[in-house]
Design a protein around this ligand. Sequence first.
Ligand code: ADP
Ligand code: MG
Length: 622
Amino acid sequence: MAIKQFKTESKRLLDMMANSIYTNTDIFLRELISNASDALDKRHIMSLTDSSIVSEDPKIYVSVDKKNRIITVSDNGVGMDRKELEDNLGTIARSGTFEFKKDLSEKDEADIIGQFGVGFYSAFMVSEKVEVVSRKVNEAKAYMWSSDMEGYEITPAERDEAGTTITMYIKKNTREKKYDKYLDPHEIASLIKKYSDFIRYPIMMELETYDYKEDGTSEKVTKLQTVNSMQPIWKKNKKEISQDDYDSYYMQEYYDFQKPLKTIHYKVEGNTSYTALLYIPGEKPFNYYTGDYKLGLKLYSRGVFIKDEASEIVSDYFRFIRGVVDSDDLSLNISREILQQDSQMKALKKSVDKKIKSVLENMLEKEPENYEKFFENFGPQLKYGCYDNFGQNKDFLIDLLIFRSSRDDNYTTLKDYVSRMKKDQNDIYYVSGESLEKIKLLPQLESIRDKGYEVLYFTDSIDEFMASVLREYDGKQFKSILKGDLDLNTKKEKEELEKKTEENKDLLNEIREMLKDKVVDVKLSSRLKSSAVCLVSDDNLSIDMEKVLSHLDQGNVKANKILEINPEHRIFDTLKNMKDKDRLSEFVDLLYDQASLIAGLQIDDPVSYSEKIVSLMIDSDR
Ligand code: ADP
Ligand code: MG
């Protein structure tokens, strides 16, 4: 029998498989076991229409022979005849659609293999030689396909019943790779648990265990055992699962002491069919907003584990979601073309995203308290989602956002805010600050509150950045009450302010000169009621954004600050009547420092600030 050559593509893949140092070699077992499971499925399906094909006691059997360095995987599934051995294992281009992507880098290749494997050929990652003995159902003859990777041959063989046995002759350890671990039955059993736990058929192995006798002694024995647990919780009928079951699965799986806030168990049928069991954590993981956080979503394909941290199937803005997505039709194998997988993944992601959004919307409407709890943990993530990618996803996410507001400190959606806007109100007002308590003390809030306008409280550092990307909601602009010209006043009020500004032109110019290194302008304020001064910024960067950026080590970007003085305040008369220019300058410095403190900024020279205050106190006591 002549030794046949593999097709070029197959050969290239085989070489890659054998030599790639990035590749996760563990997956060979998963691939062979899922093939065995497929073969058992096929036999079962055939038996439904052909009564001569009984599907008796379907199972997968795995053995390890350490001495001879052999692992076998057998099944009593459909089996293959001679032609099928040739067609299925001789060439990878079975479907004819596979064209190996020439522009893939070595790293990409390794990634693909690492995630999906390349089916049967992955046996060569760990074997120097592979034999496949197979007998097709309802056929008397069996054949053996064998290969040492150079070529392959098919010869007549013996097999008692229909099915397939794959025999792998395990490679010797090299400096880079250790293969000996695969000759430890317990290692193999743990790989089966990890990757193939939810295969529907029992996977049997001879494993050492202790036999406990009646007299209390025990004895080490080797016993045939089922290694896999077969049915995962997400494949069970919802009616059979209690919330306790869901909770304890979650808590075990994610080492969380808190129960999940929300459990989402659903099934989708159609173009992209899958089952998902998703959780919203009750508390954000301690490292959630750091680079150390690992996505808690697992991808399975028909019960076979594909990967952890499956960022391909959920958008970044929902990265708090944990759980499992088990796809019915994601192929495990790159022989079905990479691109197709890509589009399958994209469809999956879209569907998962949509589901999460609808669950959140529902929570927002029907369980506001739970939603607020959720939002306090993961709200900044959603806001970041609106901001990220120049606002690409803002329309999808915007109505999931809630903010506290001046109405009654409670949360409101933007939609509700807009519905309450006064007739003469054109913009959505917000005020940013470190905390609710600090924001509420800001002097700039006074006059706007007097007008009866509601103001959103922005306390997350992402808020203002997000608003600058969002720009508007429902046609209404976001407007900071700490920035630029608010345009709150009536025509008459405006005229009055202009008149006062004109009257005090010289004084304002003097003050501008005194503060020229610190502020871009000095103005009479229309937004202050009882306070003397405040700092605002022009329409560009706000003072709060400057603070955030300086924390992020981008301290060279500064807000253009404007000092506003309340012309109705008694201090303004004091300034107007001051003859001594040095004293005026001292007062102006003091006012500027006060405005800085109110804005939550550090003052340049706290010592001299304090000295000036103290000397004023002494003066006033004279
Ligand atoms: P895939 O499983 O994606 O089809 P594989 O490379 O894993 O690709 O397997 C190639 C083909 O070989 C399978 O489609 C199947 O027809 C055949 N095959 C592999 N293992 C078995 C088995 N244990 N029993 C029967 N057929 C098998
Ligand atoms: Mg396969």
